[in-house]
Write a protein that binds this ligand. Sequence first.
Ligand code: GZL
Length: 307
Amino acid sequence: ACGNSDTGDDAGDGNGKIVLGFSQVGAESGWRTANTNSIKESAAAAGIELKFDDAQQKQENQIKAIRNFIQQKVDVIAFSPVVESGWDTVLKEAKDAGIPVILTDRSVDSADKSLYQTFIGSDFVKEGRLSGEWLVEQTKNATGPVNIVELQGTTGSAPANDRKKGFAEAIAANPNLKIIASQTGDFTRAGGKAVMEQFLKANPKIDVLFAHNDDMGLGALEAITAAGKVPGKDITIITIDAVKDGMQALADGRFNFIAECSPLLGDQLMELVKKVHAGESVPARVETEETTFTQEQAKAALPNRKY
Ligand code: GZL
């Protein structure tokens, strides 16, 4: 519960450590693995006792995990909501139990902003917009239609909704740019490969692939080469995340542009946990710093990438 640690009703192991219950989306992508590592390493470094649950991308598992954390009377709950909707009931239960909640990575569409203390994560609309703006610049001299296929992230998730929105708004600047197919690959390599195979069968002329994360783009590479096309040349590939395997594909010329989405939220999260537990005020929104990469920039950045 909130308040100081000698009230005796905390779930702590009695040594006064803050106990954080964390519900993670799953282990669907390289980004998620890096994010999990960051949270675990930062909790250990901050002396915070971490109760960690992997929901295998199922909302009902996250709701169960949050209810368990409430039962265990953890001091703070943090989670990355797999989808935007359907959280109000369980978040009200946490509020009624006096346990503060922090949103990380993805947000929720709850109208009641009192259900969580803060949201730390990226601006996904911006990531989509930066991706679209780069394509508009690259195709400004196109004389005919530029056919785009889009691999969407997990249906209903904030990154999928917002990246799609940002990209569509940006490419409206060039009427030659047309999204001819758009479908979810659920942020996984397998999903990206399977859907790209369908796109290639159904559409003889594909000029651009916009994938909502590196992993779906990496899966799509297999389908593209199997179809006898050269990724990065016959089909321009734009992805989001900038995890190591994506940056390697970009440096090798198989991808063309990546908008970064940093998974390294652990340190900032633990600072917020300490402040929230101490009853200090925290900003409603903490945005993570990130950039974009071209092929040349990826070559230069690769040696220093942490994930
Ligand atoms: C974005 C994160 C997304 C990543 C994907 O912050 O929620 O989920 O872009 C991951 O790689 O699966």
